[in-house]
Design a protein around this ligand. Structure first.
Ligand code: ACO
Length: 358
């Protein structure tokens, strides 16, 4: 007879199952409340690189009013002032800077960018010109400690916004590639997905680095990562480049991080369904430890599509994209982030900035 996954799911103690389910509801909110409280404990200066946008200004208002941080607004001054006025916002005291009108600072910052990248094909003239772009200007402010964290994106393509940050700020010590993660708050609890935003087709070795960054970030939320490497096949059953890549990555990652709970390659439902795991793959440590809470995807397409489906169809609330591995806190919002999502990212960035200063 056909044996569907649902038919095989046996729940021995329904009462316990329902209690567990209830306990997990709203966990994402609780986690973010904790992060927000930490941010408020030592407010940081937040550079909003694309501030001539109503959602950003509304987020900045909350950041200011709630004592989360001190906004610094970059963008067209007239537009920013008009949006503030028309929407009855009150952002007095927050610096408003338009790089297009900051010739001296552009020259100074351009010189610094030139020093950093003169052997990477940039001319002094181009470096100065680049500073008229708010993302370069903001990144340089961050580099010079004229702010503690930068939030950008929302209006432009992700790739266009991350490049200036990569060129000016760069990666943290020991990090080869930055990567993006999302916290996904579902009705079954909180999950972490990576890489959802940066590396288009990471190699097995790059996936190992992504796993390292992701594990560190998950711990940041006071959660112990239980990591599954996903593919369309389970434990060697499938032929093809991606399952093999994920198998290799699992192998390498286990060797590199022996203390971590990592397994794969496996399908998403296997990773998330303890009963299926126990019944079919009892040898996996994840079977005993409650299944995975951290999912590593084989390609950017897979990760990006997965989280967006959950957000749109699954009704999940998401926190992200969390850019991992930068030398200083920089996060690039996705097109269409809500005000609440922006504030969440500010809180995260602020806590990161606090930690980096410690
Ligand atoms: N980690 C660390 N450094 C990197 C990375 C990385 N992942 N990628 C590039 N760099 C470095 C480059 O090596 C280069 O350094 P160097 O000039 O000092 O040698 C510097 O950053 C600038 O690199 P570029 O050559 O301009 O960058 P590249 O063309 O490799 O592009 C990018 C990098 C923009 C991240 C690219 O990989 C990309 O487009 N990724 C997909 C982004 C995207 O579209 N995401 C999906 C949507 S996001 C969302 O949904 C929220």
């Amino acid at each position: 007879a056909m044996d569907s996954g649902v038919a095989r799911l046996r729940i021995e103690n329904w009462e316990q199952y329902e209690q567990d389910l209830l306990a997990r509801v709203g966990m994402g909110r609780k986690i973010m409340n904790r992060i927000t409280a930490r941010a408020k404990a030592a407010p940081q200066r937040i550079i909003f690189a694309e501030a001539d946008n109503l959602k950003i200004l509304k987020a900045a208002q909350i950041v200011k009013d709630d004592g989360i941080g001190h906004p610094i607004l970059l963008g067209n001054v007239q537009v920013i002032r008009r949006l503030i006025r028309e929407n009855n916002l009150e952002l007095d005291g927050c610096p408003v800077i338009d790089p297009l009108h900051e010739e001296e600072r552009c020259a100074e910052y351009g010189q610094l960018l030139y020093e950093k990248r003169k052997r990477k094909g940039i001319t002094l003239h181009d470096a100065k010109k680049k500073m008229r772009d708010r993302n370069y200007f903001g990144a340089m402010m961050l580099d010079l400690d004229l702010g503690d964290a930068m939030i950008s994106g929302l209006t432009k393509e992700y790739a266009k916004t991350i490049r200036p940050a990569l060129r000016v700020i760069g990666v943290a010590e020991g990090v080869k590639r930055v990567a993006g993660m999302y916290l996904i708050d579902t009705k079954r609890g909180v999950y972490f997905f990576a890489d959802t935003t940066v590396n288009v087709n990471p190699t097995a070795e790059e996936l190992v680095d992504i796993i390292g960054l992701t594990a560190k970030t998950v711990k940041y939320f006071d959660i112990e990562p239980r990591i599954a490497l996903l593919s369309y096949a389970n434990f060697g059953a499938g032929r093809g480049e991606e399952p093999e890549k994920m198998m290799k990555a699992a192998h390498l990652a286990k060797a590199k991080y022996p203390e971590m709970l990592i397994d794969g390659e496996m399908q998403a439902n296997i990773a998330l369904n303890v009963d299926l795991l126990k019944e079919n793959y009892p040898f996996s440590e994840l079977a005993e430890k409650g299944g995975a809470n951290t999912l590593i995807f084989p390609t950017l397409s897979a990760g990006n599509i997965a989280y967006k489906l959950l957000q749109e169809l699954g009704g999940a609330e998401v926190v992200g994209p969390v850019l991992m591995g930068m030398r200083k806190p920089v996060h690039i919002l996705q097109l269409g982030s809500s005000v609440r999502e922006i504030v969440n990212m500010v809180c995260l960035a602020a806590v990161e900035a606090q930690k980096m200063k410690e």
